[in-house]
Design a protein around this ligand. Structure first.
Ligand code: FEO
Length: 169
């Protein structure tokens, strides 16, 4: 049985993962509008990943006898100044999410909820990857942005990204 505070905090994170997906979908739409389909593809995959993260929280709440509650998701931004500005925000956003996951771990430990702590460790590792991949792409975008052909080449590369459901990772 989940502690009420833990249940509420897990639901909050479920909402944040859905918000992340919504934000990345807005970024995908921005890149589609900029005629950069590879960048848009990268963001679409990122949005899919966030939905799969949300479902992990959903499933865990159900398994522990809690209830997944769908709260309002606020509108994300829809406009950016450049591809660099988009990826700077992705990197910042992922760092913020890492902080949220760490706070959840702190709460699980405070409540001696070892099962939830164990569940959250997947996300602790995932956030290392999320920060690494977003800062990696940010670096490439900064380099590529110096010429139209650089952006085109990177667009080709980002178009190769495919979605791997978490169970397969
Ligand atoms: Fe769900 Fe991008 O972390």
């Amino acid at each position: 049985m989940l502690d009420e505070r833990m249940e509420e905090a897990l639901n909050y994170q479920l909402n944040r993962e859905l918000y992340s997906g919504y934000l990345y979908l807005a970024m995908a739409a921005y890149f589609d509008d900029q005629d950069l389909p590879g960048f848009a593809n990268w963001m679409r995959i990122q949005a899919q990943e966030e939905l799969s993260h949300a479902m992990k929280f959903y499933d865990y709440l159900v398994r522990r006898g809690g209830r997944a509650v769908m709260d309002a998701i606020e509108a994300p931004e829809n406009e950016w100044e450049s591809a660099v500005a988009v990826f700077e925000q992705v990197y910042q956003h992922e760092q913020m999410v890492t902080g949220l996951i760490h706070k959840l771990v702190d709460l699980a430990l405070e409540l001696s909820d070892h099962a939830t702590n164990n569940f959250l460790q997947w996300f602790v590792a995932e956030q290392v990857e999320e920060e690494e991949s977003s800062s990696g792409v940010l670096h490439k975008v900064k380099m590529a942005s110096q010429s139209r052909s650089g952006l085109y080449m990177l667009d080709q590369e980002l178009g190769q990204r495919v979605f791997h459901p978490p169970a397969e990772e």
